[in-house]
Design a binder for this molecule. Structure first.
Ligand code: R5P
Length: 314
């Protein structure tokens, strides 16, 4: 019997899409997502999707606007081809850091993007480690926000001596996320507290917690310029930490971030593949990528079978 499921991939992360499709045991649906000469996006789904349960895998990573637009246009094509249900699988949800007004006359772009995705015809969203959990509420459709932590915890348990580990939040804003991971491996928690005592003076890094002799694991959702992590690693080593690792869900790694990490005191940066690793990431000596594909694949299968996905959060 023909499967009722269709998995489609935009251009943002083909490697992850292939791995997810392999886990689920379904081939990727033939689909062209290409550009006209003027760079407008054109999509052609080359298989029948009428009545199907469609999953579109697309991270809204760099180039964010192109990848977002691809997702919207693929959704429109599926809707007009009579797909029964469309799930946007957005392993990395870009624009998430603009989730509130930082000042007067500024946008809340995360909400705008959620509206765009919903209005394009998506029925549900599946994502990983939203920058802020409450962004789930920006979508007025069912939204599952998977946690990367179980994948990281498995890797940490395989590789590290847990008796000497200290989980560290690189800033006060990330304490909830870091504490949750610390709890899963029964490790203590430290916090890097950045303060600018007076305007014009440089930031001082205070470490809350005794990291002396500890193998520190910095935990965060995003590494972008790398500044937060590299500075935190320096501060921890200056306070006597034995070595510093980092586990980050989304490797945004803009500009010279990979070179910065390579030149930093981080012993190892472990990323998931929500964003497709560049060649520079793949060859970097102190960066390793672990795959989130089984987690997403499992969530897709359970969604298709109308089964609970909540145990994936444990
Ligand atoms: C901030 O709230 C995020 O959780 C990350 O800490 C931040 O995006 C990292 O940025 P960067 O690598 O540029 O310091």
């Amino acid at each position: 019997m023909a499967s009722s499921m269709k998995i489609l991939a935009g251009n943002s992360n083909h490697m992850l899409a292939e791995s997810i499709a392999a886990y689920v045991g379904e081939p990727l649906t033939k689909c062209q997502v290409r550009r006209f000469a003027d760079m407008e996006i054109f999509v052609e789904i080359q298989e029948n999707v009428r009545g199907k349960d469609a999953f579109v895998i697309q991270s809204t990573s760099y180039p964010t606007n192109d990848h977002l637009m691809e997702l919207l246009i693929m959704t429109d094509a599926l809707r007009r081809s009579s797909a029964r249900r469309i799930t946007a699988v957005v392993p990395y949800f870009g624009y998430a850091r603009q989730d509130r007004k930082p000042g007067p006359r500024t946008p809340i772009s995360a909400k705008l993007v959620a509206n765009l995705i919903t209005r394009s015809g998506v029925d549900r969203v599946l994502t990983v480690d939203l920058h802020a959990g409450q962004i789930q509420g920006f979508f007025d459709i069912p939204t599952d926000n998977l946690y990367g932590a179980p994948v990281m915890v498995r890797d940490i348990k395989e590789r590290m001596d847990l008796s000497n580990v200290m989980v560290v939040s690189p800033d006060v804003g990330g304490v909830v996320r870091a504490r949750a991971l610390a709890k899963r491996i029964d490790a203590p928690l430290a916090i890097v507290d950045k303060r600018r005592e007076r305007a014009g003076e440089s930031e001082v890094m205070n470490i809350i917690g005794d990291v002396t002799g500890k193998s520190c694991i910095l935990v965060d959702d995003i590494i972008d310029s790398g500044g937060t992590l590299c500075n935190a690693a320096e501060a921890l080593l200056a306070k006597g930490a034995k070595d510093v690792y980092a586990y980050i869900t989304h490797g945004v790694l803009s500009g010279g971030a990979v070179a910065r990490v390579a030149a930093s005191k981080l012993k190892e940066l472990v990323l998931t593949d929500t964003i497709q690793p560049t060649e520079a990431v793949r060859v970097a000596k102190n960066i390793r990528v672990i795959s989130i594909a089984p987690l997403i694949g499992e969530a897709i299968q359970r969604t298709a079978r109308e089964e609970s996905v909540s145990s994936l959060f444990d």
